[in-house]
Design a protein around this ligand. Structure first.
Ligand code: GLN
Length: 488
């Protein structure tokens, strides 16, 4: 069962060849054995999962119509609101927060008859690239327990790679789906901004955040998109389907692509480690052999993506996190003598170091006198980066680049050097600044036997084509079938 993809499992369950109950039991057995080491989950829901699985099995046996994910065990990043369990954002400030509603993406998974296994660990409020900023626990990379799973959706990626669920959802503000997917050797898709509803996703950088799937295969990613994509009246930034229709991503997956034109950005990729560069070159060669034309382009503004991102993301975070004041939500200090102290002590006691750093950076960038110099400047740079992509996509169908400059690094290696940590997002951030979709698919291993990902970026609302391009590679390679051997 462990080798099945979510889609294969779904098909077998629908055909009555495996029951959802068996699949769910198998996942919880893995969780019992491996979770003490991997630490992917903040909470799990064994009883309700088995109960729902039994219901799905009964409905299938009775010949009733079931949803697209009927009976498939799935995990949710813990920054998405659920009426069941807590929604902690891996923070102390929300460690006992129970949401009054489900996020739209979660609601859609439930309506598609998925089995919700649990909620996964992450960097506190999704701020980080290694899941080491979690205020609650440590997650390790299933491929090597001394290494990070990536972040901030490290729990979701580790759960998929470690056989602790069949698929998961994460959120990506600057790379948090793609980078952990690449570190854990699985597939991660950040959809176009506005494609998947953000309603019920705890906001970090609202103009950048996007929910997307982390899966074992490209087809699973398409299947998950079939369920979670689409307009939602509850999210004013979700896009009208009359303007950008959703489609059956899974059905379209096998449509061949004629005259595929791929662009690479050599001067930008030169910053990545040699082994990552080699994996990229080899991957692009495979596409060439499949008939694609490969061109080299230059995107001069990409170099400024990190600087612009860390002004914009922190500015938005400082505003979004103002709501955790000890009054509306979560932790309230017991040492406060007046109302100012309720705010300051509650926040001082319960926010982690990185979150505080970002609130301070963002507040500074937005303060009068510095707003023009930092925030407004960053917005202008954001526009230039967007125009870099617009002109690139006039010449090609997609751009290929690394996901991260290195494969998964050691736990502790970058925790004391935030700038080094920020640099690990250099290849993923531009997609968020531009709102375009990006996918990470397994494309090799480094000398430490750690997975390397290939990133493919395409124009806004072309997820169907992006998935097809990714699928072409997956069909010709077997990187995605490799499994961590150190699972214990
Ligand atoms: N690592 C980036 C950050 O810390 C991106 C995080 C994310 O995508 N949520 O902001």
């Amino acid at each position: 069962m462990e080798n099945l993809s979510a889609k294969q499992l779904r098909d077998k369950i629908a055909a009555g060849r495996i029951s959802s109950g068996e699949a769910t039991e198998a996942i919880f057995k893995n969780i019992e054995e491996r979770e003490p080491t991997i630490g992917a989950y903040i909470s799990t829901f064994r009883d309700s999962a088995l109960e729902k699985a039994a219901k799905v099995d009964k409905r299938i046996a009775a010949g009733e119509r079931v949803g697209q994910l009927a009976g498939v065990p799935i995990a949710i990043k813990d920054n998405m609101c659920t009426t069941f369990g807590a929604t902690t954002c891996a923070s102390k400030i929300l460690d006992n927060f129970h949401a009054p509603y489900n996020a739209t993406a979660v609601e859609k998974l439930i309506s598609a008859d998925a089995i919700i296994v649990g909620k996964t660990n992450m960097d506190e409020f999704a701020m980080g690239s290694s899941t080491e900023n979690s205020g609650l626990k440590q997650t390790v990379n299933p491929w090597d327990h001394s290494r990070v799973p990536g972040g901030s959706s490290g729990g979701s990626a580790a759960a998929v790679a470690g056989g602790l669920c069949f698929a998961a959802i994460g959120s990506d503000t600057g790379g948090s789906i793609r980078q952990p997917a690449s570190f854990c050797g699985v597939v991660g898709l950040k959809p176009t901004y506005g494609r998947v509803s953000r309603f019920g996703l705890v906001a970090y950088g609202s103009s950048l955040d996007q929910i997307g799937p982390i899966t074992r295969t490209v087809a699973d990613s398409a299947l998950m998109m079939n369920v979670i994509a689409g307009h939602d009246a509850a999210d004013s930034t979700s896009v009208d389907e009359a303007y950008a229709p959703v489609c059956d991503y899974l059905k379209k997956l096998d449509e061949p692509i004629e005259n595929l034109k791929i662009a690479v950005v050599p001067e930008f990729n030169a910053g990545a480690d040699q082994q990552v560069q080699k994996a990229l070159t080899d991957a692009v060669d495979i596409y060439r052999k499949l008939g694609a034309e490969v061109i080299e382009i230059s995107m001069p503004y990409l170099d400024y993506a990190i600087a612009a991102y860390y002004v914009i993301a922190t500015a938005e975070a400082s505003s979004n996190l103002a709501r955790y004041d000890g009054v509306h939500y979560g932790h309230r200090s017991e040492k406060a003598d007046d109302y100012i102290e309720v705010y300051s002590k509650s926040r001082a006691e319960a926010f982690g170091k990185e979150v505080k750093r970002r609130i301070m950076l963002g507040t500074y960038a937005l303060s009068s006198g510095y707003y023009d110099a930092y925030y407004l400047k960053a917005l202008k740079v954001r526009n230039l980066i967007r125009s870099d992509f617009t002109s690139a996509f006039e010449k090609c169908d997609c751009i290929m680049m690394p996901v991260s400059p290195t494969a998964a690094f050691k736990i502790g290696e970058k925790v004391d050097d935030p700038l080094k940590m920020y640099l690990s997002d250099i290849y993923t951030i531009a997609a968020n600044l531009s709102g375009i979709p990006g996918i990470s698919i397994p494309c090799g291993f480094d000398d430490n036997d750690m997975p390397i990902g290939l990133q493919i970026l395409s124009p806004a609302f072309t997820e169907d084509k992006l998935l097809r391009i990714a699928g072409m590679f997956e069909a010709k390679t077997d990187w995605h079938t490799k499994k961590p051997t150190v699972i214990n």
